[in-house]
Ligand binder design. Structure first.
Ligand code: NAD
Length: 470
């Protein structure tokens, strides 16, 4: 595919292969953006920001609404592209397209109600005859840098709110999964988006991403990806607004009175959806001793029954990881944990980019599979004595994105909600759950700021105070 730059689809001699991780086949190629291309994108975005800010909220709503409809109309084709380049199953890819349309629809709705508030200025000592109010104005140029694992949905979570708020966007999708982002740009243009309102540049994160993020013409960076890259971006961003949606090693906690069948279903879904490559995957299953053996007896057969294989087959429940190198890393971490005293209850083998769904027992806090972000299809079981121990273990992490706790005891549930340090807490649900109407984002090393169109728009606008003196 070509990339979209300064109102035109353009090609370049230097190309990047996009491959199917299941077999390494090249599906397509995309151009590698040069320094001149980045300059052209920044220049065009400045003009595009003026065009977008001049549209009414209703006009921006109409564009986003139409784009949402086009995504749904094109769902089967888009799911095929997404599944082929990312490796997630075709079923997961179809539902990602639907969720992406929802993010665009909600963003459009927010475009209709961007407002400010009247300020109670006369509450200040000696203030009389002043009328104050706030306006929300667009930031101008928003840089959207996105990861491979939800290459449509997470792009929509940035591009939708940015356009709804009246900004122009420079999008830099992940190098492994650029095609679906380019298809989104096509849908937006077909829906009537002015050409200068978006550029989508493909190429390596280090060169393209870095050059965009360090430029002063960008006023806001919305980044989703790893902690390491997030930290590099913050170091070069300068004076800009930043949203950082980073990684995690989310806990799923099981207290003695938990409904174990629900725990099993939540663990299988939260641990192995998208081959474990979800920022809120359940990585640490923290189980109180009283229910450990009974839970394992129910859980292991369910993990063993996950059908993995060709992601484009409707029968497949788990596809390959995005790269063989990532599967090799996950395999290494599991082998290392085994040497450190953990045992493999099921799975543990790798072939190319396919890593078997794996359950590790007797995992300890110093193992990489527990303390770092694994981002693969394995769940590490850690034993806890009681609720106090479980809370301490859940919080023994640099990350803080999402957590789930299973209990029938409302007091224990409320205690977990208050005391587990993370952005989202699910009571009787796994950590992998999100709907686009809620504020979503991490604390600690999991990030800064919130997504979800309503909340992302706050982060992608500036608040201006106006005072009328009379
Ligand atoms: P990554 O950090 O390797 O890459 C993310 C994006 O940053 C890509 O587009 C990449 O090209 C770009 N990039 C790389 N180096 C850059 C640099 N120096 N400057 C600017 N941009 C650069 O992440 P990934 O492997 O694509 O995705 C997996 C990570 O994303 C995991 O850590 C996961 O937890 C995280 N993630 C977080 C959320 C969330 O909402 N918190 C959601 C999905 C994924």
């Amino acid at each position: 595919m070509k990339f979209f730059l300064a109102g035109k689809w353009q090609d370049r001699k230097e190309q990047l292969d996009v491959t199917n991780p299941a077999n390494g086949d090249v599906i397509d190629t995309v151009p590698v953006a040069s320094a001149d291309d980045i300059e052209a994108a920044l220049h065009s975005a400045q003009a595009g920001a003026k065009v977008m800010a001049a549209l009414t909220g209703y006009e921006r709503f109409q564009i986003l609404r139409r784009a949402a409809d086009l995504l749904l109309e094109r769902r089967d084709q888009l799911a095929q592209v997404l599944s082929s380049e990312e490796g997630k199953t075709i079923t997961e890819a179809s539902s990602e397209v639907e969720r992406s349309a929802q993010a665009m629809e909600l963003s459009g709705e927010e475009a209709k109600r961007l407002g400010g508030e009247v300020l109670p200025l006369d509450g200040g000592q000696g203030v009389q005859n002043k009328l104050g109010f706030t306006l929300r104005i667009p930031c101008g140029v928003v840089a959207a840098i996105t990861p491979f694992n939800f290459p449509l949905s997470l792009v929509c979570h940035k591009v939708g709110p940015a356009l709804a708020a009246g900004n122009a966007v420079i999008l830099k999708p992940a190098s492994d999964t650029p095609l679906i982002a380019l298809h989104l740009v096509k849908a937006l243009l077909d829906a009537g988006l002015p050409g200068t309102a978006i550029s989508c540049l493909t190429g390596s994160g280090r060169s393209v991403g870095q050059a965009i993020c360090s430029d002063k013409r960008v006023r806001k960076i919305s980044f989703t990806g790893s902690y390491e890259v997030g930290e590099q971006i913050c170091a070069i961003a300068g004076i800009k607004k930043v949203t950082m949606e980073l990684g995690a090693n989310s806990p799923l906690i099981v207290l003695p009175d938990a409904d174990l069948d629900k725990v099993v279903a939540a663990t299988v879904f939260s641990g192995f959806a998208n081959a474990g490559q979800v920022c809120i995957s359940a990585q640490r299953l923290i189980v109180t001793d009283q229910v450990h053996d009974e839970l394992m007896g129910k859980l292991i057969p369910q993990i063993e029954s996950i059908v993995s294989g060709d992601q484009l087959s409707r029968e497949t429940q788990m596809g390959p990881m995005v790269r063989s190198a990532d599967a090799a890393r996950v395999h290494d971490w599991i082998s290392e944990a085994e040497k450190q005293g953990a045992s493999i209850a099921c799975g543990g083998q790798r072939e190319g980019a396919f890593m078997e769904p794996t359950l590790l027992l007797s995992a300890g806090k110093d193992m990489k599979v527990v303390k770092d972000e694994l981002f693969g299809p394995a769940v590490a079981v850690c034993s806890a004595r009681d609720a106090d121990d479980a809370i301490a273990m859940a919080n023994d992490s640099n990350f803080g994105l999402s957590a789930g706790v299973f209990t029938q005891d409302v007091d224990a549930a409320v205690r977990f909600a208050k005391e587990v340090d993370c952005g989202n807490v699910h009571i009787n649900g796994g950590p992998l759950w999100r709907t686009d109407l809620m504020p979503y984002g991490g604390i600690k090393d999991s990030g800064l700021g919130k997504e979800g169109p309503r909340y992302a728009i706050d982060e992608m606008t500036e608040m201006k105070s106006v005072v009328i003196h009379s």
